[in-house]
Ligand binder design. Structure first.
Ligand SMILES: Nc1ncnc2c1ncn2[C@@H]1O[C@H](COP(=O)(O)OP(=O)(O)OP(=O)(O)O)[C@@H](O)[C@H]1O
Length: 233
């Protein structure tokens, strides 16, 4: 569904992605794990079209995306739930969800909203409250639910567990896992390697702008080097 080859990107004169190769098949949950500053967020920004690519290619559902603007990528089914959530805190939960469906005016929007409420009952309970009043975990759920309202075929998730208490981290990873059942393909970028690899089918390890390891998530979790470097085991 998504194939990235030789992707390079830079901030000014400093290159931070040095030729990334990765692919995500339809229906998979794939994670990119790596330390703070490895380049994970930059990679997702290149995929969503808000960071220029200096070399390489991005092909999504058979179509080259590298020069397609960000808004057009969303229309093609590639959606991002950004790091730091970026929900509209002054709007209600329901208004935030409706904004996620801005591409559509059909009656399926109501059904999508009901599906979101079924998936996240707490959002239904708080639908008329300002989103800024939600807890961190609830805001993260809202950010994911809002991205789903755009009916993506592939969802890019940037550090959904960041800044959350451990119990909420577990909940968020459960949510990611449940996306698979909805038929949504997920590319999940995370510093929490254990949580991410626990729910993913496959994983890539990123270090200073390069992919240094990849494989089935279960194999990566069992790998001594990964356990020592990322899992603190
Ligand atoms: N706007 C920017 N201008 C210059 N350098 C940047 C900018 N954003 C990121 N960088 C640098 O690019 C490198 C990769 O950063 P990036 O945010 O992609 O890493 P990351 O793995 O996502 O880390 P984090 O987990 O903190 O988001 C880092 O060295 C960072 O300092």
């Amino acid at each position: 569904m998504l194939t990235v080859e030789g992707l390079r990107s830079r901030y000014g004169r400093i290159e931070v992605l040095h030729g990334i190769d990765l692919d995500v098949a339809s229906g998979e949950i794939v994670t990119v794990v790596g330390a703070n500053g490895a380049g994970k967020t930059t990679l997702l920004k290149c995929l969503s079209g808000i960071q220029p690519v200096s070399a390489g290619s991005i092909v999504f559902r058979g179509e080259a995306l590298t020069t397609v603007p960000a808004h057009a990528r969303v229309r093609r089914g590639l959606a991002q739930s950004p790091e730091g959530r970026q929900i509209f805190t002054n709007l209600t939960v329901e208004e935030n969800l409706r904004l996620g469906a801005y591409l559509f005016s059909d009656d399926k929007v109501e059904r999508d909203r009901d599906d979101a409420f079924a998936m996240f009952p707490i959002l239904k309970e708080k639908r008329n409250l300002a989103a800024g009043g939600l807890s961190g975990g609830q805001q993260q759920m809202l950010a994911i639910a809002r991205a789903l309202m755009g009916r993506p075929s592939c969802l890019l998730l940037d550090e959904p567990s960041m800044g959350l208490a451990p119990i909420l981290v577990a909940q968020i990873f459960d949510v990611v896992k449940s996306l698979k059942a909805l038929g949504v393909t997920v590319l999940l970028v995370e510093q929490n390697a254990f949580g991410a690899l626990s729910v993913a089918d496959r994983g890539y390890v990123m270090e200073t702008g390069r992919i240094t390891m990849s494989g089935p998530a279960a194999e990566l979790i069992a790998d001594e080097r990964i356990r020592a470097a990322y899992l603190g085991i």
